[in-house]
Design a protein around this ligand. Structure first.
Ligand SMILES: Cc1ncc(C[n+]2csc(CCOP(=O)(O)OP(=O)(O)O)c2C)c(N)n1
Ligand SMILES: CC(=O)[C@@H](O)[C@H](O)COP(=O)(O)O
Ligand SMILES: [Mg+2]
Length: 635
């Protein structure tokens, strides 16, 4: 009899269920996820992989007194179901709806917010240190995936936790996948663990065997020691963590409720840091997701449940990621300097084609944005042309590497800032709205953003040909506008803007995704007798200062628009220009992302919510033009 998951108000009911009921519950949860996410989309693969793990955790421990910290947090849907939020899943990742990641204001059971990878162990160390200082006795349990474990922060934390010997139970959820198949030497170590079998059992057998060998000197003892060492090599996994100061348990079957519970109860009684290695299958229980070997079912839009067919997007235009990556690939055919680097997003950044054509010039470095960025800098010192494809939000991880390694040494790195602007469903932790503000003030940095995919391909050419330092090309999530594409590529003059529509009464300065908004506003204003000029300010840095002087010389209202934070953004640059050049009387209004974090939802809805739309542009310009007309009549 399927359980109505909507009736769950707290995980405490789990402790009353018997094994049969628990297995039925896991089946109910899987069915619930598959059905609901076929309508809303979301991170189906990761969540199907942690159904039993999450049930066992909530059975053995007492959340929220015991703290569950979900690394990345994209796999916290089961936790949300068991903590009374099943009824909200029809609003998953929608405007004002259920967040796709842990959210402290949603539930006391969400003790830590995630979205960016590899933070769970550090947060856990903080919570455990606080517990110990306050002499509390609760458990702290970070759950980290094998992908997230490739993040540098995770190693920093492991190093410290092992040193402090802090009571903590780290759950390593190993499904051999990051978004795409996992990469790195750590992945190989985990692989040896998976094949070596139960570390502790083999270790005990080995100890037993060695005790049986009579205490003799010479050859036999040394053979026994060599046997022990070679077996230890096989068990290097456990060794790896045990040498770091953890008690390593496992690997265990992450879909066997009884084995999970037995090991969690065992770990619960142990002192010091424990790492329980849990083997799971991403997408378990839904064949299309289970069979996924490239990452399609990691995070997905709505799909047909019966067939696993995606509900296709209506756009015929190329995806921005695909356009940029394929243009780089095209240019790489005649330019051997070009090397592509991605921090664990080969699929999201559409680099599969480049990787297949240039396998030795493509590097997926794992979830390691800092390493990716400085590796790119290293490549550039050897006259290569590295293309670092990185989401805007994840570039935040590598700020100092951009400053200290790339800009300061003025190295020819081409940064493709993907997912620039609002990304929508992933919400606050993923909006790509800070990169202009944190890059614009860096000496030697060039930042550009195309108005459409045709200008985008020319900008790739511009970046590849630019050899005077770092250059960043911003592009949004999703698809282009479907414009005609030039067959030949030509580099753009650095710092050049273009007038898209002339107008004598006001000037709108904008770039990228907000160009259509500006053109629409200019049309609306024209109907009301106001001629607004629209300028494609496609170089955010350096700005087209010649054109700016000409514009300021007209003494008309100026509006800047950007789908990025206002504080320190493009509009701030225009204000700085006015102040530095003594255009004191200039009237400048800036429209953009206000000083707040933007939650999840449909991008258009989010833009309306913050009044970043053509109506607002019209309102601002009308107010300014009418005010100056009034001032003139009063003279
Ligand atoms: C800093 C950062 N880089 C990249 C990502 C994108 N990302 C989200 S989930 C994921 C893979 C995580 O793999 P794993 O931890 O093994 O979890 P699984 O999906 O396998 O359950 C990546 C790379 C991110 N969230 N944060
Ligand atoms: C959880 C996470 O960080 C990634 O899965 C991210 O959601 C991918 O974003 P895109 O869907 O824009 O590639
Ligand atoms: Mg994984």
């Amino acid at each position: 009899m399927a359980m109505d998951l909507h009736t769950i108000t707290s995980p405490s009911f789990l402790k009353q269920l018997d094994q049969k009921q628990l297995v039925e519950l896991s089946e109910d949860i899987r069915q619930f996820l598959i059905e609901n996410l076929s309508r809303t989309g979301g991170h189906i693969g990761p969540n199907l992989g942690v159904v039993e793990l999450t049930i066992a955790l909530h059975r053995v421990f007492n959340s929220p007194t015991d703290k569950f910290i979900w690394d990345v947090g994209h796999q916290s849907y089961v936790h949300k179901i068991l903590t009374g939020r099943a009824s909200q899943f029809d609003t998953l990742r929608q405007f004002k709806g259920l967040c796709g990641f842990p959210k402290r204001n949603e539930s006391d059971h969400d003790v830590w917010e995630t979205g960016h990878s590899s933070t769970s162990l550090s947060a856990a160390m903080g919570m455990a240190a606080a517990r110990d200082i306050k002499k509390d006795t609760n458990h702290v349990i970070p759950i980290i995936g094998d992908g997230a474990l490739t993040g540098g922060m995770a190693f920093e934390a492991l190093n410290h936790i092992g040193h402090e010997k802090t009571n903590m139970i780290v759950i390593l959820n190993d499904n051999e996948m990051s978004i795409a198949p996992n990469v790195g030497a750590m992945h190989s170590v985990l692989g040896r663990m998976r094949t070596a079998g139960k570390y502790n059992k083999v270790k005990d057998d080995l100890e037993y065997l060695l005790k049986k060998i009579p205490a003799v000197g010479g050859k036999l003892a040394s053979t026994a020691e060599r046997l022990k060492d070679s077996l230890k090599y096989l068990l290097v996994s456990g060794m790896f963590f045990e040498e770091l100061g953890f008690t390593y348990l496992g690997p265990i079957n992450g879909h066997d409720l009884e084995e999970l519970e037995e090991n969690l109860r065992y770990a619960k009684k142990m002192d010091g840091p424990v790492l329980l290695h849990v083997i799971t299958k991403k997408g378990k229980g839904y064949l299309p997701a289970e069979q996924d070997r490239i990452g399609t079912w990691h995070g997905i839009g709505p799909y047909k449940m019966e067939t696993g067919d995606l509900v296709k997007s209506s756009s015929k235009a190329p995806s921005w990621s695909g356009l940029i990556a394929e243009t780089v690939r095209k240019l790489a055919r005649t330019d051997e300097r070009i090397v592509a680097i991605t921090p664990a997003m080969p699929v999201g950044s559409k680099l599969e084609g480049f990787a297949s054509e240039f396998p030795n010039r493509m590097f997926d470095v794992g979830i390691a944005e800092q390493h990716a960025t400085t590796m790119a800098a290293g490549l550039a010192t050897q006259d290569m042309k590295p293309f670092l494809a990185i989401y805007s939000t994840f570039l935040q991880r590598a700020y100092d590497q951009v400053v200290h390694d790339i800009c300061r040494q003025n190295l020819n790195v081409f940064i493709g800032i993907d997912r620039s602007g609002l990304v929508g469903a992933d919400g606050e932790t993923h909006q790509g709205v800070f990169d202009i503000a944190f890059l614009r003030h860096l000496p030697n940095m060039v930042i550009m953003m195309p108005k459409d995919e045709n200008e985008g391909q020319h900008m790739v050419k511009t970046a590849i040909e630019y050899n005077d330092g770092p250059i960043a090309l911003r592009y949004p999530r999703g698809n282009g506008l479907g414009v005609e594409m030039d067959s030949d590529l030509a580099a753009l003059p650095i710092g050049s803007w273009e007038v898209l529509k002339e107008g004598k009464d006001a000037v709108i300065l904008t770039f990228g995704t907000t160009i259509p908004m500006a053109l629409h506003a200019a049309e609306q204003l024209r109907e009301q007798g106001i001629q607004a000029e629209v300028v494609n300010a496609r170089f955010i840095k350096p700005m087209d200062t010649a054109m700016l002087h000409q514009i300021f010389g007209r003494n008309v209202p100026i509006v800047t628009i950007e789908e990025a934070v206002l504080q320190g953004g493009f509009g701030s640059g225009v204000l700085e220009f006015a102040e530095e050049n003594d255009y004191r009387g200039a009237i400048i209004d800036r429209l953009g992302i206000p000083d707040q974090f933007i939650e999840h939802g449909d991008v258009a809805e989010l833009m309306d919510e913050i009044h970043l739309n053509s109506d607002e542009v019209v309102k601002v310009i009308k107010k300014r033009v009418n005010a100056s007309a009034k001032a003139e009549t009063n003279v």
